[in-house]
Design a binder for this molecule. Structure first.
Ligand code: NI
Length: 264
């Protein structure tokens, strides 16, 4: 079974000059010892990149889109943004709302931003619930706040915590709460012992893999632009940690992505 990159940004500027070549090797030819993937979910982070994700999904059968406003863009929205996100989200090739959530990593400007992020996040969660599509959650350095919101929601939408960066305990909690957890190339970094611990807490039936390209290239590609084919390295690292054959991790993560995102 081929892999699925459940979180890529081929819609971003970083792929502007050679996007078609990257898509070709990702989905058709492969490269070196990287076999072509079954599918890619291209994820939007604001209105522009969400529109682009949908456009690319319409042009290629194996590309799917997720649309949403990332917390870093929460304060740069035009007044009709929510209507547009909802109408994009209703398109058949759009398989999720995201990436949406909270991110306090680069925020030093105080609580105002956090409140805005929460508002934009919750509004989009409501859209996901209304149109019955899953959420791709983004959470960085904001775990207590995000977990509070989930608790407050009582009946949160289905979804995946992408680029999981929490603790082993938080991984356990999210699994018990019914979510999927997805890991990126940073699980190969020397400093990422916490992620290698956390993934032990995630059973195969809740696991997904992604690249988050162009960001977070796995070892030995650190410092270069990441691309969807390298999702194999993430799956290999997880297989090694769990003491399982690579094919077992590949099959499980592909099945999970098909199921959550209803890919066909
Ligand atoms: Ni991303």
């Amino acid at each position: 079974m081929p892999l699925i990159d459940t979180h890529a940004h081929l819609n971003f500027q970083a792929f502007e000059t050679d996007r078609e070549e990257v898509i070709q090797r990702t989905l058709v030819s492969g490269k070196d010892n990287f076999e072509p993937l079954e599918a890619v979910v291209n994820v939007g982070a604001n209105l522009d990149s969400s529109r682009k994700a949908l456009q690319m999904a319409k042009e290629n059968k194996k590309i799917f889109a997720s649309v949403g406003v990332h917390p870093h863009h929460a304060s740069q929205l035009y007044s009709g943004w929510l209507k547009e996100i909802e109408s994009l989200a209703l398109q058949p090739k759009v398989v999720a709302l995201g990436e949406i959530g909270l991110d306090l990593h680069q925020y030093s400007s105080g609580i105002g931003d956090l409140e805005k992020q929460k508002e934009i996040f919750l509004t989009q969660v409501e859209v996901a619930k209304k149109i019955k599509k899953p959420v791709i959650f983004h959470c960085r350095n904001a775990w207590p706040d995000l977990l509070d919101i989930l608790d407050y929601l009582k009946n949160p939408p289905k979804g995946v915590f992408h680029c999981f960066s929490g603790t082993r305990g938080q991984a356990k909690f999210l699994v018990e709460s019914g979510f999927y957890l997805s890991f990126t190339g940073n699980i190969t970094y020397k400093s990422a012992g916490n992620l290698r611990e956390a993934v032990k807490e995630v059973p195969l039936e809740r696991l997904m893999v992604e690249t988050d390209c162009p960001y977070l290239p796995p070892e030995p590609f650190r410092g270069l632009r990441n691309e969807p084919l390298y999702v194999k390295i993430v799956a290999s690292q997880i297989a090694e940690i769990k003491g399982l054959p690579l094919a077992t991790v590949v099959d499980a993560t592909t099945e999970n992505a098909r199921k959550l995102f209803k890919l066909d």
